[in-house]
Design a protein around this ligand. Sequence first.
Ligand code: SF4
Length: 145
Amino acid sequence: MLIVSACLAGLNTRYDGKGCIDEKVYKLIKEGKAIPVCPEQLGGLSTPRCPSEICGGTGCDVLDRRARVITSDGRDVTENFVRGAYEVLKLAKAVRAKKAVLKAKSPSCGWGSVYDGTFTGNLIRGNGVTAELLMREGIDIESRG
Ligand code: SF4
């Protein structure tokens, strides 16, 4: 079983209340091979919501308490992001997921690059909070979108 970002499965979980369906991911869902998760919703954030970025580092630094996740209007949502990541991990362990297909660039799901915390579209190398946690637990990540 795979874990996939809910927005890639076509669910309207993004901060702007929209989805971003990926046909490959949707096919996995239809075939019963994948479970959709949205770590930001699982962490207690509403939809739609203010966009957030990691300030002062990447998902690695957030998990290690060296960086924070901040909304575009200045609210600290670090605890929501960390809680959501651990909720996804709980589910991944329950279904013995070996792989996750996650949405690119997101402060939760991003893999390889994330926005730099300035809300200007700049990317830096690193992973989102959930992607980082799943990687640390030995789950392979594929980035889409
Ligand atoms: Fe949720 Fe991840 Fe999609 Fe953002 S990228 S809406 S956190 S599933």
